[in-house]
Design a protein around this ligand. Sequence first.
Ligand SMILES: CC(C)(COP(=O)(O)OP(=O)(O)OC[C@H]1O[C@@H](n2cnc3c(N)ncnc32)[C@H](O)[C@@H]1OP(=O)(O)O)[C@@H](O)C(=O)NCCC(=O)NCCS
Length: 293
Amino acid sequence: MTVTTSPPTERSVVVRPIEEADVPAAARIAYEAFADIAHRHGFPPDFPAYGDALELVAGFTEHPSIWGVVAEAEGRVVGSVFLDERAVVRGLGPITVDPSEQAGGIGRRLMTAALERASRGEGVRLLQDSFNPASLALYTSLGFEVVAPVVLVAGVPSAPRPEGVRPLDEADLAACGHLCRSVHGYARTAELRDALAAPGLTPVVAHRDGRLVAYATTFADFGAAHAVAETEDDLFALIAGAASPVSFLLPLDQHMLVRRCLAAGLRFVKPMTYLVAGAYQRPLGAWIPTVLS
Ligand SMILES: CC(C)(COP(=O)(O)OP(=O)(O)OC[C@H]1O[C@@H](n2cnc3c(N)ncnc32)[C@H](O)[C@@H]1OP(=O)(O)O)[C@@H](O)C(=O)NCCC(=O)NCCS
């Protein structure tokens, strides 16, 4: 099914659902587009190698709860965007356009299609590289609002391993859903189930005073790492108790947590910006977003 066919430039650009055959081309564009903007500003790219982009694009394309489209010009894939529909609040990304085709309206076409789809949910989130004025302008012009500066944090925390942190198991899912609802207003249980099934991720939980007070899908990969906690102390316990090294996105308005991460020897890698559209509840607790939401 073709989503839309009206041309943004003189050329005809079609936005249509991504298919398995599109994966290598969409992954090459994702790899090159992120490498291009990151290298221009002296930051490490999100996908260190083409294989990393291929793994993500292939995984998203086959995932039943992740929606994706490509932009095609004259039979050639020139960009793609994905929408994570695992929760009622959607996560948008990655969106990438072939570097040779950027600044020609294709990104706006992809975003418009993704936002139309996202209107089936209750809200939508995304994260943006703060050093990229084009993506910031595109998102804010389409209605997204900046609600938090974020920093990518990495390293091996040098802090005593706290009591009460252990791997998450199936029986914790209901309590995790309850905690996430109390902090964010909605549950992200499907992502936790995916994390339990993923070979490289180790979801963890923390208990205090006999109850579950924090959980994380992983700390191994900031792309997939989301965490929720009652307090910044609880979230730091989770970070200190995780299998290291860690890599996660830290909203900077959690001032005490930021200072404790730095004191534990963690390093700042790059600045990002968290944007929201639609329903949004300011977090009533401590939190870490994935690279999508
Ligand atoms: C971000 C990206 C997807 C946008 O796609 P694109 O095809 O280049 O974007 P478009 O041309 O459709 O739209 C860009 C808009 O930003 C505007 N813009 C660009 N730089 C701007 C600036 N410095 N100030 C204000 N507006 C700016 C353009 O004028 C355009 O707006 P318009 O549609 O009103 O003319 C693409 O550049 C890309 O792949 N970048 C690298 C990967 C990346 O960062 N992805 C986003 C991850 S969050």
